[in-house]
Design a protein around this ligand. Structure first.
Ligand code: G3P
Length: 226
């Protein structure tokens, strides 16, 4: 499973990228508003993220246009920011149609706000390169988010969509709305291709009290042999 960072915070992105295990970044309008972003600066902000993570890391930038023509226009503009920009589009009829057009033009789409297997299947057939089902938001309504996302991972894994995607690349599922270390564990166990995690969760999962205790006792014993 790859780790993406779910944030628009440049310091968090730079810090996580420096750890050497980051494979991508996802942003959304809420995350951008949280860092005090403005519409006028949005494209420049996405460019800053791309510059931090480098060309090998996909960076999702979302369009909230509500017609297919506007989504396509936004998608083209976002994709022109940098070669690693992935256009994030909500799962809806206009979004599917725009995804088809953008994919046919070689622009990669991350279809987001995906909650069901049929939605994911349609996103895949429309040419989405990434599909983002949300774990935590199911938990918020007292449903088992992990089980829902596992169904999507399994269903997409049943088929080959490579004749349908940009450059014949495999579709990857990005488990989003990750709120805890256990979510990350369950995503890895179910075989999700990617988990996009907030920086707070990433910091938590890197350490364990037994690791800390082990380091402490090794240092103490090493002092004895020095
Ligand atoms: O990027 C979308 C997703 O990760 C949002 O998470 O916590 O707002 O449900 P959350």
């Amino acid at each position: 499973m790859k780790f993406f960072l779910d944030t628009a915070d440049l310091d968090e992105i730079a810090e996580a990228a420096s750890w050497g295990a980051l494979a991508g970044v996802t942003t959304n309008p809420t995350l951008y508003a949280r860092v005090g972003g403005s519409l006028a600066d949005f494209n420049a902000h996405i460019k800053r993220i791309c510059d931090i993570v480098g060309p090998a890391c996909p960076v999702s930038a979302e369009s909230l246009a509500m017609t297919r023509d506007e989504l396509v226009a936004d998608g083209r503009e976002l994709a022109a920011i940098a070669p690693n920009v992935v256009v994030k589009i909500p799962t809806m009829v206009e979004g599917l149609a725009a995804t088809r057009t953008l994919a046919d033009e070689g622009i990669r789409v991350n279809m987001t706000l995906c909650f069901t297997v049929p939605q994911a299947m349609l996103a895949a057939r429309a040419g989405a390169r990434y599909i983002s089902p949300f774990v935590g938001r199911f938990d918020d309504i007292s449903e088992d988010g992990i089980a829902h996302v596992a169904n999507i991972v399994n269903a997409i894994g049943n088929y080959d969509f490579t004749d349908n995607t940009v450059g014949g690349e495999q579709i990857e599922i990005i488990a989003a709305s990750i709120r805890s270390a256990d979510h990350v564990t369950q995503c890895a166990l179910m075989g999700s291709d990617i988990a996009t995690v907030p920086f707070g969760v990433l910091k938590k999962i890197v350490s364990h009290p037994l690791t800390d205790r082990g380091i402490e006792s090794f240092i103490k014993d090493w002092e004895k042999v020095k």
